[in-house]
Design a protein around this ligand. Structure first.
Ligand code: 5GP
Ligand code: ZN
Length: 119
C-alpha cells in the first residue's frame, strides 16, 4: 500500500491536513513538528506509506539514502549552525517501546542553540 487513508502523515503528505512545509520532492516531504522540542525541529517522511524503520527492505535503500543525505542540507537551511560547533540530532522512534506515536516512517531533525525543551 503506497497510501493509508487513515494515516496522519499520509494526510499531511497529500495536503488533506495542513502543515508548514520545509521541503518536498518526488520521494519525500518535510514539515515542522507541531510540538517542537528544539529551536529547529522538523520531520522528514517518505511520500509512500511505510509504517516504520522495522518495515524496510532492500528495495528501500535508495529512498533511505536520499533521506539521510538530504537531512543535513535541510538542517542548515532551517537554521542549524554548521558542524562541528552546530549540528543537529536525528531520531526515528520505532514501535511502542521506541516511543513511536505516528505509524508512518519519519525522522525527527532537531537542532539550534541549547537548552532544548526535550532531547
Ligand atoms: P513519534 O513519537 O511518532 O516519533 O512523533 C510524532 C511527532 O509528530 C511528534 O513529535 C508530534 O509532535 C508530531 N505531530 C503529531 N501530529 C502532528 C500534526 O498534526 N502536525 C505536525 N506538524 N506534527 C504532528
Ligand atoms: Zn502514512
Amino acid at each position: 500500500m503506497t497510501h493509508d487513508p487513515n494515516c496522519l502523515f499520509c494526510k499531511i503528505v497529500h495536503g488533506t491536513i495542513s502543515s508548514k512545509k520545509v521541503y518536498e520532492d518526488a520521494l519525500v516531504y518535510a514539515f515542522h513538528d507541531i510540538h517542537p522540542w528544539a529551536p529547529v525541529h522538523f520531520l522528514l517522511v517518505p511520500k509512500v506509506h511505510i509504517p516504520s524503520l522495522a518495515h524496510l527492505g532492500p528495495e528501500h535503500a535508495a529512498l533511505m539514502g536520499h533521506m539521510m543525505t538530504l537531512a543535513p542540507k535541510l538542517a542548515l537551511q532551517e537554521g542549524c549552525r554548521p558542524y562541528p560547533d552546530g549540528g543537529f540530532r536525528i531520531v526515528s522512534n520505532t514501535g511502542a517501546e521506541g516511543g513511536q506515536e505516528v505509524h508512518h516512517l519519519h525522522v525527527h531533525v532537531m537542532g539550534g542553540p541549547r537548552p532544548w525543551l526535550r532531547g
